[in-house]
Structure formats: C-alpha cells, structure tokens
Design a protein around this ligand. Structure first.
Ligand SMILES: *[C@@H]1O[C@H](CO)[C@@H](O)[C@H](O)[C@H]1NC(C)=O
Length: 437
C-alpha cells in the first residue's frame, strides 16, 4: 500500500517538474528571416534556458520531421510564430500537433489577420474559434496613432490570475494587432487571459460598407486565451504574432499624460512562462492518513474512527519548489458517493482534514483532487478498507436491552420450574389404567 502510494506520487511528480533549463523548444516561423522580427522574445526564451530549434514552414515540407517520435516527445515546447503557414508542412499536420499536446507537449500559438486554415483548424480542436481571415480587431477609442487595428487592452480576465501576475495587470496596457477569437464556453479546460476593451469589434478593416452581420464585439473578443489539457499540457492562443515582435515590445504608448513602454515584453514573458510550465505548476509532495492521536498509516480502519488526512502541496516558482498556499483544497472519502467532503485546513503548504469515518463499511477512496484554471491539476487517491466493529467491540448491557435480558432470564426460570414439575410430578391415572387391563 505504501509502495503503491509512493509510485502514484512519483508519477504525479514527474509530469509536473519541468524546469526550463535545457528544454527543447521548436520555433516555427513563416520564413527564416522572421527570426529578426522576434529577436527580443526569442532571446528572452534562451535566457531562461530554452534550447531553440528554429524552422520555417518551408523547411518542414522538405524533410522528415516530427514532434513525437515512437511515443517520445522530440520537443518539449513549440512556439508557432507562423500565422500564414498554409499547412504546417509535410510531417507537421494538425493531428501531429494534437498528438504532441496529448503526449504532454506545450504550444504557444500566434495568429494574425492573415491567419491560415491550418492555424484556425488547430485552434478549433481546442474550441478557440478564430475569426475569418482578413478580419481584424478594431478599436477606435483605444488604439495607437491613426491605425485603429493597433489596439490597446488591459482587460485581463479574473480567472487568469495564475497566468498573469498583478504587476502586469496594473501595468501599462498591451499593444495588439491581429485577429479576434472567441471561446465557445463549452470547454471547461479553456479560459480567456486577455480580452478586448468594450469598444472593440472584429471586422474587415478594408470594408467600407455598413456592418451587415453582427460582429464579435467587446469583451467577447479574446485576444489571448489559454487551455490546459487533462494531462497538464498547456496551449496558449494569441491572435497577434506582432505582439511578440521587437517593434511592439519597444512601442511607446501614452497613458494619461505620460509616455511609457507597452506592457508587451513582460506579458510575453509571463505568458510563455506559463505555457512552458515555468510557473503555476503544482505537485503533491506527500499524503498521509492516520487515526487522530496516532501517526501510523494503515490500509484498514474501523467505521466511526476519528481520522486525519494530511497533504503537502508545492508550487514551482521558476527556480524551486515552494509551499503552495490556498484556502480551497478539498478532501473527499468516496465509495461511489462522497461520504465525507471537507475543506482542508492550510498552514503553509501543509493541508489537513479531520473527519469521522461514516457508519458504513466497505472500500473507500481517500482523495484530493484540485483543479483550478491556470494551475496544473493535482490528484492523489488511495483506497482503504473500512471494517465494521468486531464482535467484542460492541457496547454491552444497554438499558434499552433490559426487556430482552428480562425475557431471557424469565424464560430460563420458567424452564427450570417446568422441568421440576415435569420430573417430580407422578401421573396418578397410570395405576387405574393398569387395573382395568
Ligand atoms: C480546521 O480547524 C478547525 C479549528 O482547529 C477545526 O474546528 C476544523 O474541524 C478543522 N477542519 C478540518 C476539515 O479538519
């Protein structure tokens, strides 16, 4: 039982710990020369320890190339800065990218107004629905210069607090030029990170006609959204490749009466850190269950035992594992239905819950299952047997049982009296019968 739980924890641990140092990262560009445009972003990635392999969409079509080979990842992460790529080249099809995510690979995908079907199809697999090619996010109130497609936004979604830190939320707005996308809302694994401001809409900027169909508008427009698969692989969709370019990193914007640098560089850094498992990665360091007042863990307990379940949870802060503090971690004891569900008490990264086992014997699962947007999902479960009282553990001589005790003793007394009468009583009629014969 101990060994099984150890293995379980190891399995949970390896999926999570993936420091950037030495990470094999594929950078996919429309053309090799584009690396110049994204020099600062790529330099930041290298500075964090990523080993970059830059390919252009054309390269891929030529040679045999794969993201996953014999079920092993060839790359840990992929940055796709190739919005125009008509397809992802011979060996890199939509299916391969999906397999890559299924195998645990992380993807940062960018698009633009010239978004290709390949990019749209891939995003659609994750219910991120990019708008038609040729359309752009337009905002005549929050834009830079005379170009209404260079929009500014700082409408960060509250559910993305684990992706984007407060420093960025309260910092200068982010400059964006590209295509809108929307989340269908039906996929609980995806969530918006940055949406457009309320005056924005998505339309073809060259179209001078009146709007005929309802465009996507306001906060319904996602500029950046995130998806975390059940295997904890992460995918980020950004509607603008330009926002990762040097030009946008260095752009200055006017906030109030001050001219400041756009928030792009720091946002690009945090979003890529999140995408590539460098932040908000959790692991369960250890779990333990025991009776209150004891410390030994057993595989079998008795109904109505007073129990305590403990867990240590840690978060990767980019350099080391540190205690993870939250107030909403729950413990459950389940046998088909949850019999016990309690919010665990936290102190540092140590969580504990005290509970009484129910008056129900059988095989229970003790589990801790924590799934929050932006944090890697953690799960620990262990089965324990819960047995009924042994025959000598029941209480004795209960007051309510006195009628039954009286019953038994009166029966015994009655039987004794009856036996005496039966044994010592002579049947006087026997003689009479004998005479008549
Ligand atoms: C948390 O701690 C409080 C105070 O010690 C206690 O009353 C409560 O039962 C604890 N909750 C759990 C789930 O153990």
């Amino acid at each position: 039982m101990m060994l099984a739980s150890l293995l379980l924890l190891l399995a949970a641990g390896t999926a999570a710990a993936r420091p950037a140092a030495g990470a094999r990262t594929l950078v996919l560009l429309d053309a090799a020369a584009d690396a110049q445009r994204f020099a600062a972003f790529l330099h930041d990635l290298e500075g964090r320890g990523h080993v970059l392999d830059m390919r252009s969409a054309g390269d891929l079509a030529k040679g045999a190339f794969g993201l996953v080979s014999f079920d092993e990842l060839v790359y840990d992460h992929a940055v796709i800065l190739a919005p125009k790529a008509p397809s992802f080249g011979g060996a890199l099809k939509i299916g391969n990218l999906v397999d890559f995510v299924n195998a645990g690979g992380n993807v940062l995908l960018t698009a633009s107004s010239e978004v290709s079907e390949a990019v749209r199809d891939f995003a659609y697999e994750f219910t991120a629905d990019f708008d038609e090619p040729g359309t752009a996010v337009i905002d005549r109130f929050n834009s830079v210069g005379t170009d209404p497609t260079r929009v500014l936004s700082s409408a960060f979604s509250p559910s993305a607090s684990n992706v984007v830190s407060d420093a960025i939320r309260s910092g200068p707005p982010v400059l964006f030029k590209g295509v809108a996308h929307k989340l269908s809302g039906k996929n609980p694994l995806s969530f918006s990170v940055l949406s457009a401001s309320s005056a924005a809409f998505a339309y073809d900027p060259t179209d001078k006609q009146r709007l005929i169909k309802d465009p996507l508008a306001g906060h319904a427009i996602s500029l950046i959204s995130a998806f975390q698969a059940r295997n904890n692989a992460r995918v980020v969709f950004a509607g603008s490749a330009d926002m990762f370019s040097d030009e946008f990193f260095d752009a200055t914007i006017t906030v109030g009466d001050k001219t400041v640098a756009s928030g792009n560089r720091r946002l690009a850094s945090e979003v890529s850190q999140w995408a590539f498992q460098e932040k908000s990665v959790l692991r369960i360091e250890a779990t333990k269950h025991h009776r209150v007042g004891e410390s030994g863990q057993h595989g079998i307990y008795r109904i109505k035992d007073e129990m305590e379940y403990e867990a240590d949870i840690q978060v990767w802060d980019g350099e080391a594992w540190v205690p993870f503090v939250a107030s909403d971690v729950q413990f459950e004891a389940v046998m088909l239905d949850p019999y016990v569900r309690a919010t665990m008490n936290a102190s540092g990264g140590h969580y504990s819950a005290r509970f009484t086992l129910p008056d129900q014997h059988g095989v229970f699962t003790f589990k801790l299952d924590y799934k929050r947007h932006g944090l890697s999902y953690i799960h620990a479960s262990e089965t324990v047997q819960v047995r009924p009282f042994r025959h000598d553990q029941y209480p004795r001589f209960l007051t309510v049982a006195f009628p039954y005790y009286a019953n038994i003793f009166s029966m015994m007394a009655g039987f004794f009296v009856f036996s005496l009468l039966f044994v010592f009583n002579r049947d006087t009629n026997t003689k009479v019968k004998a005479k008549t014969q």
